[in-house]
Design a protein around this ligand. Structure first.
Ligand SMILES: C[S@@+](CC[C@H](N)C(=O)[O-])C[C@H]1O[C@@H](n2cnc3c(N)ncnc32)[C@H](O)[C@@H]1O
Length: 243
């Protein structure tokens, strides 16, 4: 049963992406020109998406991937182009409708877009789960619960991003300059990498997972950090000799 704080935040996030910011988000995730601040966010997001995809095999034929909180489906499409069978889910019916419109005919058999919670029961096991900038809205304990829930659906890798809590970012956040007012989403919850690693190590449902690569991307108004979780049973899981 999801916590009350998770459910409350999920409602805010859904209202924001489905209504308040849906048009802005569609534009940001398209080729349409954007100016200034949004251009830096787009550049940062492009780099983040490339980073996450760069941590996955070039050839994902025969693999199943969950894009958790897929938005307009940019990462889902790129994974499908590499041969993956993709299940892409998002809270926002508006963004999912847009994602379906963008789906090229040649990938139609490979991507299923669905409206719902990324932790909804009944989704099959996946080889890879990717959640780009979707967990960042939840309080630390809820975010850890989401990460653990995603790991329960994954066989090999879970890739997610978090908003790193550095001194500078904490300061910017505190003085309200983290995002310009018109771009502000319901909330982004910064978390210190060390606290996140401690939380992952202490979460019983993540006992079979190890933290792999991590990379922080900072472009203008976009700051996000990617983290990889590797199943201990995965063939290329880190060993004492290769960490
Ligand atoms: C910042 S956007 C990122 C979208 C996409 N991953 C991308 O990078 O283009 C965050 C998305 O996560 C979705 N989201 C947040 N919490 C979710 C949840 N619990 N279940 C499904 N989607 C969720 C939001 O609706 C929103 O579309």
């Amino acid at each position: 049963m999801p916590s009350t704080s998770y459910q409350e935040r999920r409602s805010q996030v859904e209202a924001y992406f489905d209504r308040t910011a849906a048009e802005t988000w569609k534009r940001l995730t398209s080729d349409a020109p954007v100016s200034g601040i949004r251009a830096t966010v787009r550049a940062g997001r492009d780099e983040m998406r490339a980073t996450l995809l760069g941590w996955l095999p070039e050839d994902m034929s025969g693999k199943r991937l969950l894009d958790a909180g897929c938005g307009t489906g940019m990462l889902a499409l790129e994974a499908a182009r590499r041969g993956a069978q993709v299940y892409a889910v998002d809270l926002s019916p508006t963004l999912i409708e847009n994602a379906r419109e963008r789906l090229p005919a040649e990938l139609a058999g490979q991507v299923e877009f669905a409206v719902g919670d990324m932790l909804a029961p009944g989704q099959d096991a996946f080889d890879y789960v990717v959640s780009m900038d979707s967990v960042i809205h939840y309080e630390r304990d809820d975010a850890l619960g989401v990460i653990a829930g995603l790991a329960e659906r994954a066989r090999e890798r879970v890739l997610f991003t978090f908003a790193p809590r550095t001194f500078l970012l904490a300061l910017m956040h505190a003085v309200g300059q983290f995002f310009p007012r018109s771009d502000r989403s319901p909330a982004i919850v910064p978390v210190a990498e060390r606290a996140l690693r401690r939380g992952i190590a202490a979460e019983p449902r993540l006992a079979g997972w190890q933290v792999g690569r991590t990379r922080c991307i900072q472009r203008g108004f976009y700051t996000s950090q990617a983290m990889e979780l590797i199943a201990s049973t995965a063939s290329n899981a880190p060993t004492e000799s290769n960490v």
